[in-house]
Design a protein around this ligand. Sequence first.
Ligand code: R1P
Length: 294
Amino acid sequence: MSRALGLTTSNTGYSTKKVQESAEFLKSKISIFPKIGIICGSGLSGIGDLVENKLVIKYEEIPSFVTSTVPGHKGQLVFGQLGGKDVMCMQGRFHPYEGYEAWVVGFPLRVMKLLGIEIVLITNAAGGINEKYSVGDFMLIKDHISFPGFGGFNTLRGHNDDSFGPRFPPMSDAYDKNLRQLMHESAKEANVDQYMRDGVYCQVAGPNFETIAELRMLRTLGADAVGMSTVQEVVTARHCGIRVVACSLVTNKCVLDYDTGLAPNHEEVLQTGKERAQAMQLLVTCFLRKLSLS
Ligand SMILES: O=P(O)(O)O[C@H]1O[C@H](CO)[C@@H](O)[C@H]1O
């Protein structure tokens, strides 16, 4: 087993059979097979609450799913309809800092693939590094930088499961251009376009928030917002051909100056999520309504 950045980077324990077992379990519970997956970020589980004709399945019930240990992540799958589309919504995600191996963090995306998901809409809470960003803004992710990824914490590490995708998948097109365009149009329709930014999401390992020196480095590297999730989901999805659109809610402004006395905290993150829940839900619903599926 190798270690980098303090994270376990081996992917021992993964098997195609496990993905198939989870998918078969879910297939036995659902009668409608959605093409759209949604992942709710910290404090954003309200998106899942809006789903109509809900079928809720707790992660504990699903083979090989682990539990969500973070406040603001409910730990359940919700199947039903949102914005006139059939969806499968993860109310709660798995983070590297919870101690899960990389393949475990990306595992639900492979299960989605076997269920027939074609598009995944990923949301997260993130700290705003770009000085033009305000708390409550949305940032449509156009690209990412992943420090855990650089350190070897990659869901694709180990034997390549060819049944899902190639050994060396490109990530230059990770965030679908057409879906981003549609999200911008949706923002206009939802009347939230004045809060909409395009930016680079930087993933750090967490769970501590960043030091001022670290944040200054991230700013220099071109990061607009920082968080502790998302990238493993995106990489797993793109590897198996699921199209990705991802949107951050800027829940706090990163502290880039000494002597401000300010410090981020998870309560503030959840509070902003609460305050912006309605706007985010409107944006997501508009996007789903406008989306045309093949
Ligand atoms: O990325 P999500 O899950 O939205 O949550 C973000 O908020 C938490 C920190 O407050 C971290 O888990 C960070 O990644």
